[in-house]
Design a protein around this ligand. Structure first.
Ligand code: C5P
Length: 235
């Protein structure tokens, strides 16, 4: 499969068309941004890790009954995926308080939540991805009730599968963000699942092994990404 025309360049990826109108190629970059693009940098090797880790996890999720956009890994940084229309919602699940949840509610980072939470942000850089609820999403035409229900069902399934998956690698899944797309009328998981989009803490020491090391200038960013990759044991 060959890259034809560049369709899009985002903060962390480029997307190219192919001869097949249903397939695009995603090319993962090492560029990192945070705080809606205000902070910029490079995490050497991140593109390879995020590409390979996402592909591995998406195949695990497929086996567990969550449909995804994954088609074929083409190289360390490039993957063929189904061409979807992205649902303009960031879907966030939290198992442990951290980040914006801790800030908003005055709850210390690391407190285990009594039940997982699910929230939606409306994907709009100019607005700073505001948090909305399902009624907002339906009212503004971001998704239908049926789509929201499917997204909710898949999202909690993803949480169950990922919690176990990371636990077996000695990692606690604190929270994560996922995105969905429409493909021939069906909702499928799209985008990525990586240390850019998850909070991952060492189970024993609670050391942060994710993008918070970049956001908070904690150092050892590359090492943390490599550590997650190594523990998952992707061949
Ligand atoms: O910042 P906040 O606490 O709301 O982030 C929750 C989770 O969603 C974190 O795992 C973070 O990495 C992820 N996230 C993301 N992309 C965003 C916002 C949050 O991947 N634009």
């Amino acid at each position: 499969m060959k890259k034809l025309e560049q369709l899009y360049e985002g903060k962390a990826k480029k997307v190219f068309s192919t001869e097949d109108p249903d397939i695009v190629i995603v090319d993962y970059k090492d560029d990192a941004t945070a705080f809606n693009g205000e902070k910029k940098g490079t995490i050497v090797g991140k593109g390879v890790i995020n590409n390979r880790m996402t592909n591995y996890i998406f195949q695990v999720l497929e086996k567990e009954g969550v449909p995804t956009h994954y088609v074929e890994e083409l190289s360390d940084r490039e993957t063929a995926v189904k061409k979807v229309e992205i649902v303009p919602l960031e879907v966030i699940v939290r198992n442990v308080a951290a980040g914006s949840f801790s800030k908003k509610l005055g709850i210390e980072e690391g407190r285990k939540l009594l039940a997982p939470t699910l929230e939606f942000s409306y994907k709009d850089d100019d607005l700073g991805d505001p948090m909305i609820n399902d009624y907002f999403a339906i009212a503004i035409g971001a998704a239908t009730r049926e789509e929201i229900d499917k997204i909710t069902e898949y999202t909690f399934k993803v949480n169950d599968v990922l919690k176990k998956f990371f636990d077996e690698a000695g990692i606690e899944l604190i929270d994560f963000k996922i995105e969905f797309g429409r493909f021939h009328g069906d909702i499928i998981l799209a985008d990525e699942i990586s240390p850019d989009t998850c909070r991952l803490w060492d189970k024993e020491t609670h050391e942060k092994l994710d993008k918070d090391r970049f956001r908070r200038d904690m150092g050892n960013v590359e090492d943390a990404y490599q550590e997650v990759f190594k523990r998952i044991g992707i061949k």
